[in-house]
Design a binder for this molecule. Structure first.
Ligand code: G6P
Length: 473
């Protein structure tokens, strides 16, 4: 039976070393949660890195065995590979470039060499398990070269690729050394998917200007092959979020938190991985401005800010952590009283029931990334608001803003606009909240992650058939 093999840098399960030995836990990030439904079906498989350096063969074998029970096959990375391919080229070259932070990007041949070598390593890991009829679905910016490597080894195979982050304008791509090789690597796929039409347009424009391939309705002729490029906004598991939020445990926790915070205190919630793309420092400044300009809100509003640790070996992330610590300390120092803390800041990840309770509790979700491929937190908030109350403030530069146009959409760089919008959100009449939420819930419910997978897979099957028809014409 033909299988679907998912390939991404990070597996949905990560391994940690503890005093009691190895521990397994779910990974952070939307990608891991989003594809749960696919890889656990039938004989499907997920190939990726378990997130920790494991030199010891006994440990590696333990991980291989444990993950095999859950449809996963690990690719082990050496310490040099983690530094040069993962922290280096992926997160210090591609990540900043694709998120419009070129000033943070480094261009080092040594990192590029590691990126190529690890993409080849992933290729080998897939070839070890893939049969000729399997469908291979490659994910994200860490593996841009993999589709073409797989194509060379398995010319007839069915390969999909999805990019979970923005694809930047040509003006950013032209700065990046090795840009042609990267585009060529992606074009090894039969179908290339992006979250938004805008990202897809940027990609096609780069392919045209850097490689000279034009497109017709998203179809690009690459040698003898036709590659299809399209947009597929990723969804969430709506029912799961709605059910968890409506559960007794979430309600109980909500009450507990409500008592601790105070009955008449508005709650503004923000949740992100620690990342300079998320606009966390700018958001804090906007909240400070709100406190400065709305004295009636002092003692009456609290920002619950959850920041999930991420990539803490990368310099820019370390600096950002310090900046956030300082800002939170300063704002709280200026405004707090004995019974009120303006910003409650948590630097760790939270289990699903606690998150559900926080979504329930929040009057406003403040999601203000400078750039974000999609932002699934916005959709999770919407799905969790089963009582029909709550306001979403969303950056115009998150992919999710295309679908969630009934959010209060703001420019995250405009601190005054964010503060003003926060003020408006905190005073929005319940009937208006309900109306906006209902229309967003309809969209998020309908275009959930299951629909996303189905539509992507159907398009992939379509382009394969189209290629065959064209070959026999
Ligand atoms: C984003 C990326 C994912 C990545 C996740 C967590 O969502 O698109 O590819 O897995 O962040 O980042 P990390 O570096 O910890 O894998």
């Amino acid at each position: 039976m033909a299988r679907t093999i998912i390939v991404s840098n990070r597996l949905p399960t990560k391994v940690r070393r503890t005093d009691e030995g190895l521990a397994f836990a779910p990974s952070e990030g939307g990608l891991a949660t989003g594809l749960g439904a696919v890889y656990q079906q039938g004989d499907n498989l997920w190939v990726g890195w378990p997130g920790t350096f494991l030199a010891d063969e006994a440990e590696q074998n333990q991980v291989i065995e444990q993950l095999a029970n859950d449809h996963m096959r690990p690719v082990f990375l050496t310490e040099d590979e983690i530094r040069d391919y993962y922290e280096g080229f992926s997160n210090e070259t591609l990540w900043p470039t694709f998120h419009y932070f070129p000033q943070y990007a480094v261009y080092q041949p040594q990192l590029w060499a590691a990126y190529q070598a690890v993409n080849r390593k992933f290729c080998q890991a897939v070839l070890d398990v893939a049969g000729p009829d399997d469908t291979i679905w490659v994910h994200d910016y860490q593996l841009l070269l993999l589709p073409q490597l797989l194509r060379e080894a398995l010319p007839q195979s069915t390969i999909g690729f999805f990019l979970h982050i923005p694809f930047p304008s040509y003006e950013l791509m032209r700065v990046l050394p090795w840009n042609r090789q990267l585009l060529h690597g992606m074009l090894g796929a039969d179908l290339l998917g992006f979250h938004t039409y805008g990202y897809m347009r940027h990609f096609l424009s780069s392919v045209n200007r850097l490689l000279g391939h034009s497109n017709q309705n998203g179809m690009v002729e690459v040698g003898q092959r036709t590659v299809l490029v399209d947009s597929f906004p990723m969804g969430i598991d709506y029912d799961k979020y709605a059910t968890t939020a409506a559960s007794g445990e979430a309600r109980r926790l909500e009450q507990e938190y409500r008592q601790a915070i105070g009955e008449d205190v508005h709650v503004v919630l923000s949740i992100d991985r620690l990342d300079y793309t998320k606009g966390i420092a700018e958001r804090l400044r906007a909240f400070e401005l709100l406190l400065q300009t709305s004295p009636e809100l002092l003692g009456k509003v609290t920002l619950l800010m959850l920041v999930v640790p991420s990539r803490d070996q990368v310099e820019q992330y370390k600096q950002l952590k310090e900046e956030i610590d300082e800002l939170v300390g300063r704002i709280n120092g200026d405004y707090r009283t004995i019974n009120w803390t303006p910003i409650q800041y948590f630097y760790r990840s939270f289990p699903p029931e606690e998150l559900a309770a926080l979504y329930r509790l929040a009057d406003v979700a403040l999601i203000t990334p400078m750039r974000d491929g999609m932002n699934l937190v916005a959709k999770e908030f919407v799905a969790s608001k089963t009582e029909g109350r709550g306001v979403l403030i969303l950056s115009e530069r998150a992919g999710a803003a295309r679908e969630l146009s009934d959010a209060l959409v703001i420019n995250p760089t405009d601190t005054e606009e964010v503060a003003r919008t926060l003020h408006r959100a905190l005073h929005m009449p319940p009937s208006e909240q309900q109306q906006y939420l209902a229309s967003m819930q309809a969209v998020v419910r309908r275009y959930d992650v299951h629909n996303w997978v189905e539509v992507f897979m159907n398009r992939l099957a379509y382009i394969k058939i189209k290629q065959q028809v064209m070959a026999t014409d």
